[in-house]
Structure formats: structure tokens, C-alpha cells
Design a protein around this ligand. Structure first.
Ligand SMILES: Cc1ncc(COP(=O)(O)O)c(C=O)c1O
Length: 420
């Protein structure tokens, strides 16, 4: 069941049992709010779809690295897909057990590899031959065997924004498919490596699940060739990427659609299936609440200037991403406008040419479906302190990350003597 935590009760937009205006009155704007129950229900939908098949769901930490969100998912039984030593520390801090952590990324440093080996993670998703050598040399030095999967680039096309398509031959990710077998043979001869699996992540915001099947159709013959060559794999990791509906009325794929595509191909095989979903778990759980500052009408366009900006939510500027915008208080007239932030960049917008409520200063609006790649991509650009994060569960809510203060803007900075 697809649970929607955002509803108007009376005229006020609520997340679960809490009116967003109540939170705004206490914490100010802008802020991110997340529905705990939506995150749980998304995890369970995914998990249930693969019931009966040995599988591990490793939440992609980059997507939302709030400790409370990670902890919530840890309690549901999620593992973690990490891309840095920082994410390793966060995942461990949230209580995600190391044997459910997979480590991806094209630029793992020696220190990060060492930290992951010391923590005894599930496996490294290795993205190049040089990385394989470095992991091997660190493993030998520490006298700890490193479990590895090769990230293979299957050259599969997906229909998504070109910045988030990752499985084409021209992308920087993974080992090119034609090289994979040779690299596996090399890896299998390295005594401090244990070859355990294959991984592939073809892109993000994937609404049509067929490319997963095409990926598997490419990977399984490789798995068979490797088995014949004496390199049996135990895991197959299809990455993340399952998309969500961003527009009202749009329908996103269900994890059971994904299961229907891939499970028949795996029948009779004992491979453990791994997924690294990020967006699917948290996007719809979150919104960014913002306040209208000004209304501006020009000969060409109408603008609504709000107090949230591209530093808080970068997706529109970065990917031309669509986020639905709605008022916390329902009703009244509407007009067509661009919703923009206070930052000095033309790319600083949250919505373009959108029918939105007729604004007046002080109105509160919510930018929806903002739980994924929202706060985690935010910055302090234009010396704007990062906004707080709030977790809502039923009728309860907590500030799980404080709003930054002006002091945070200069934390760690010092003036050399000559400038004092
Ligand atoms: C290797 C890897 N796994 C998983 C993900 C999560 O993707 P999504 O949020 O689309 O599920 C990403 C996103 O970039 C990724 O690079």
C-alpha cells in the first residue's frame, strides 16, 4: 500500500498527525520535515516484494544522511550503501551493522579503505583496476581479507536526466563490461581479496523498471562464465534507482514491479540479491517548508520570492527537477509564477511557470517530495546557515538537527596574525 503522510485536515496541511504550521511556529522557516511512518512503509514495501528470496536492502546514505533517518532505517533492518569514510562513520553511528554495509564510489582513498576493512564491512563495490590493487595492498598490510564485488558498467540505457544516468559506457562508473571477466580473473589471483559478487547501478529516478531486467540479462551470463572459470559469485547487486512520483497524479513504480522483472531470471540460483535504494525510501516522506517573502510582477513574469533557496534544495538548479509546491493553508485564488529564492543566481529557483496560490508575505508553503537529495545536498552558499530537520511520527515530532547559527558560518576559520 502506498501511504501518503501529507493531507489537509480542515484547511491545514498536516504531515501524519501534525500540522506543519505548528512546527513552523516553533522552529521558524525554512525547515525540512520527514514522516517516519512513510519511511518505514517504503522500506517494508521494498522488503516485502522480495520476500522468499535472500536479499539485503542497503539504503544509499548520500540520499538522506540525517542520523535519525538512518537510525529509523537501521531499526527496520536496513543496511547501508556508503561512498565515503564519513558515511561509514554515520552508518555505524546510526547502528547499522558493518556486515550490511557496501562501499561504492570511484575515488575511495587509502584511509577510507583502511577504515572500512577495520570495520569489517560486507563488501567493497570496486570501480577500477587501480582501486582493486589499492584495496589488495591495504588488506595485505592489515592482514585482513577484503570482500569485493566489481561494479560493472552494463551499458544499459535508462530514461532519466543525463546527470543521473550512470550505467552507460561513457559514464565514469564501474569497470567497462568487456573488461569485467579479465578483471575478475585478476582479482581472484590476489590472495588478500575474496571475490564475492557483482554490482551495477544504472541510474536514478527510474520509472520504467525494464532496464533492471536488461541489466540482469547482461550480468547473469557473466556470472555463469565466472563460475565455469572457478570464480563462483555469491551476491548480485542491482544498485538503487527506483523512482518516485514527483508530480501530482503521477504514478511511480512499485517494488513488486521490480520483483516481477528480476525474480524469474534468478530462479534456481542461490545468489543473494542486494539493492541500494535511496530516493524510493525517503523522497516522498519529506518536504521543505518555506515562507513567502515578496511577490513581484514584471512585464514578462510573476515571481514569488521565498526564504528557501538553491542552497537548501539544489535539485531544481542542478537537474531542472520538478517539485510540487503547495500552501500550508488550503484555498484562495491562484496565479502562475516562478518560485525563487533569495540567492544571487538565476538558477536559484524551486519551481518555474507554476500555478501556485496567490501569495502574500508571510504565507507558508511546502515544497513536496524533498526527502531525497535535499538536505544532504545543501550548502551554506550566500552565507545561509543550513536549515533544521524535523522528524514526525504520528502526533509527535522532534527537531533532529538544529538550525545552524551565524557562529557555524565561521566555525574552523582563523585569521592569520597579519590580518587581525
Ligand atoms: C552506487 C549507487 N547506489 C545507489 C544509489 C541511490 O540511488 P537512488 O537514490 O536513485 O535509489 C546511488 C545514487 O547515486 C548510487 O550511485
Amino acid at each position: 500500500m502506498n501511504f501518503d503522510p501529507y493531507r489537509y485536515r480542515g484547511r491545514d496541511l498536516h504531515v501524519e498527525g501534525v500540522a506543519l504550521k505548528t512546527i513552523a511556529a516553533r522552529v521558524g522557516t525554512p525547515f525540512y520535515a520527514y514522516s517516519a511512518e512513510k519511511i518505514r512503509s517504503q522500506f517494508r514495501r521494498f522488503d516485502r516484494a522480495f520476500d522468499g528470496r535472500s536479499h539485503t536492502i542497503c539504503f544509499a546514505v548520500k540520499v538522506n544522511s540525517s542520523l535519525a533517518v538512518l537510525r529509523l532505517l537501521a531499526l527496520e533492518g536496513a543496511g547501508a550503501d556508503i561512498v565515503s569514510g564519513g558515511e561509514l562513520a554515520l552508518a555505524r553511528r546510526a547502528g547499522i551493522s558493518a556486515d550490511r554495509i557496501v562501499f561504492a564510489g570511484v575515488g575511495k582513498t587509502e584511509a577510507e579503505i583502511e577504515a572500512a576493512l577495520q570495520a569489517s564491512i560486507f563488501m567493497f563495490n570496486v570501480e577500477s583496476e587501480e582501486e582493486l590493487e589499492l584495496i589488495h595492498s591495504v588488506a595485505r598490510r592489515l592482514r585482513r581479507t577484503a570482500p569485493v564485488a566489481l561494479r560493472v558498467n552494463p551499458d544499459v540505457e535508462v530514461d532519466t536526466h543525463h546527470h543521473i544516468a550512470t550505467g552507460r559506457a561513457e559514464n565514469k562508473f564501474g569497470v567497462p563490461f568487456p573488461r569485467a571477466e579479465a578483471v575478475y580473473r585478476r582479482a581472484s589471483r590476489m590472495p588478500w581479496l575474496k571475490v564475492v559478487g557483482v554490482q551495477s547501478h544504472i541510474g536514478s529516478q527510474i520509472l520504467d523498471v525494464k532496464p533492471y531486467r536488461r541489466t540482469l540479462e547482461k550480468l547473469l551470463p557473466l556470472v555463469d562464465r565466472l563460475a565455469k572459470a572457478g570464480i563462483p559469485l555469491q551476491t548480485i547487486n542491482l544498485g538503487g534507482g527506483l523512482g518516485v512520483p514527483y508530480r501530482p497524479g503521477q504514478k511511480g513504480p512499485d517494488p513488486s514491479d521490480l520483483a516481477r522483472e528480476v525474480l524469474p531470471l534468478l530462479e534456481g540460483r542461490s545468489l543473494r540479491l542486494i539493492f541500494e535504494p535511496g530516493r524510493f525510501m525517503v523522497a516522498e516522506a519529506g518536504c521543505l517548508v518555506t515562507k513567502v517573502l515578496y511577490r513581484k510582477e514584471t512585464a514578462h513574469k510573476n515571481f514569488v520570492i521565498v526564504d528557501a533557496a538553491m542552497n537548501d534544495l539544489a535539485r531544481p538548479a542542478l537537474y531542472d527537477a520538478y517539485h510540487h509546491v503547495q500552501a500550508l493553508r488550503r484555498g484562495g485564488r491562484s496565479w502562475i509564477a516562478d518560485v525563487v529564492g533569495p540567492i544571487c543566481e538565476s538558477a536559484d529557483y524551486l519551481a518555474k511557470g507554476r500555478r501556485v496560490p496567490m501569495p502574500k508575505a508571510g504565507d507558508l508553503w511546502a515544497v513536496m517530495t524533498a526527502g531525497a537529495y535535499g538536505y544532504s545536498m545543501s550548502s551554506r552558499y550566500n552565507a545561509r546557515p543550513r536549515v533544521p530537520e524535523v522528524l514526525v511520527d504520528g502526533k509527535k515530532w522532534w527537531v533532529v538537527r538544529e538550525r545552524e547559527t551565524l557562529r557555524d558560518l565561521t566555525r574552523g576559520e582563523t585569521l592569520p596574525e597579519v590580518l587581525r
